[in-house]
Design a binder for this molecule. Structure first.
Ligand code: CU
Length: 267
């Protein structure tokens, strides 16, 4: 990390843990420095004006105002820099995120279903097929309404609160919501996407550092919004396989034992 990037850290940004995050960090870093320069410039100008046009020196108003063209040039430069930031960097970067998804087999596909006030995750299990979901089958013990008669859903894994993914493999999270608009936001992965009822919205990222990261809801979604958090654990491939196995065993046990679901926080 170069010294200029320290402004992001100074302003409280979490360290990046995704493959594309450095591009976003560069833009944020440039914006911070640009805003810092504007802040210093405008503040200096304001203080100068207070002093230069004080009543003692300027008893009568000058109706012609400023004659120097410098302010016009400065204003134009600010607009130009902002246009370059937006059209040259921000929009192309966004275009890459939404148009260049990793090809099917390479990425791990997870269905993320948001609800007040937690995130549920649906994984396809060993067969790689997602079971059918039906809103009419949603219950406390079946939060995603997975059809028990669909063979593809038999080995599916459903978890709430904690999601594990392997390091260095692209993850596509397909976002949806059971109630209101939520936002699936992982700051370290430099990714966020709204979860909107009636829509399936895919987002993707590639984690490059193992560790535990916080997932937060980025939309004010109700009284329990503050507590709508989850955990993303980026595992080594071996740890990830172990987690999958553990979840699969739990799911198998759950079908026969049918334990009561854990309460959701703030709900
Ligand atoms: Cu929410």
């Amino acid at each position: 990390m170069n010294n200029l990037a320290l402004i992001n850290e100074f302003l409280g940004q979490q360290p990046n843990a995704s493959s594309h995050g450095y591009q976003i960090d560069h833009i944020i870093e440039f914006c911070h420095w640009f805003m810092a320069a504007l802040f210093v410039g405008w503040s200096a100008f304001f203080i100068y004006v207070l002093f230069r046009f004080r009543k003692g020196r300027q008893p009568a108003a000058d109706h012609a105002g400023v004659r120097s063209p410098i302010s016009t040039h400065l204003e134009f430069s600010v607009v130009l820099i902002e246009a370059v930031l937006l059209l040259g960097f921000a929009i192309p970067l966004w275009g890459k995120r939404v148009n260049q998804f990793p090809p099917g087999k390479e990425a791990l596909l997870v269905h993320v279903v948001a609800q007040q006030f937690s995130f549920n995750y649906h994984l396809p299990g060993a067969d790689g097929q997602f079971g059918r979901r039906d809103v009419n089958l949603v219950s406390n013990s079946n939060p995603l309404g997975i059809d028990p008669n669909d063979p593809a859903g038999k080995d599916d894994i459903v978890t709430t609160g904690e999601l594990h993914v392997p390091v260095d493999r692209p993850v596509i999270a397909e976002l949806s919501s059971k109630d209101v608009i939520h936002d699936f936001f992982i700051t370290e992965m430099r990714i966020a996407g709204d979860a909107i009822p009636g829509s399936l919205i895919p987002i993707w990222f590639t984690p490059v550092k193992t560790g535990t990261y916080e997932i937060i809801c980025g939309q004010l979604c109700g009284l329990g919004h503050y507590g709508m958090k989850g955990t993303l654990v980026v595992d080594t491939p071996q740890d990830y396989q172990a987690w999958l196995k553990e979840r699969a065993e739990l799911a198998g046990g759950a079908q026969s034992a049918a334990p009561s679901p854990s309460p959701t926080p703030g709900g």
